[in-house]
Design a protein around this ligand. Sequence first.
Ligand SMILES: [Zn+2]
Length: 95
Amino acid sequence: MGDDVHRDDAFWTITVLEPILVQGPDPTATAINDAVMDVATIPISSYVEGPRVEAHHCPDCGADRGWTAFGHWTDPARLVCPAGHTWTPWEDDPA
Ligand SMILES: [Zn+2]
């Protein structure tokens, strides 16, 4: 068996089946709420709750599940949504 990998170099992938909930003020939610308040034809169910707990979602298409997360232990995670968009969540820690 030759899979004796160095831990620091391990490349991992995780399939994310459920929404990731993030806490705290979400500028996206605020923007959506503002838009909903401006456009009265949007059903009330479109109203985003918050700024409490929000589901993290794809910045391009808004998918909140079905992603694949991948990366190295030493690097920030990257996420891929079902439509193939790739982004780095939680980039507030500059490497
Ligand atoms: Zn997407």
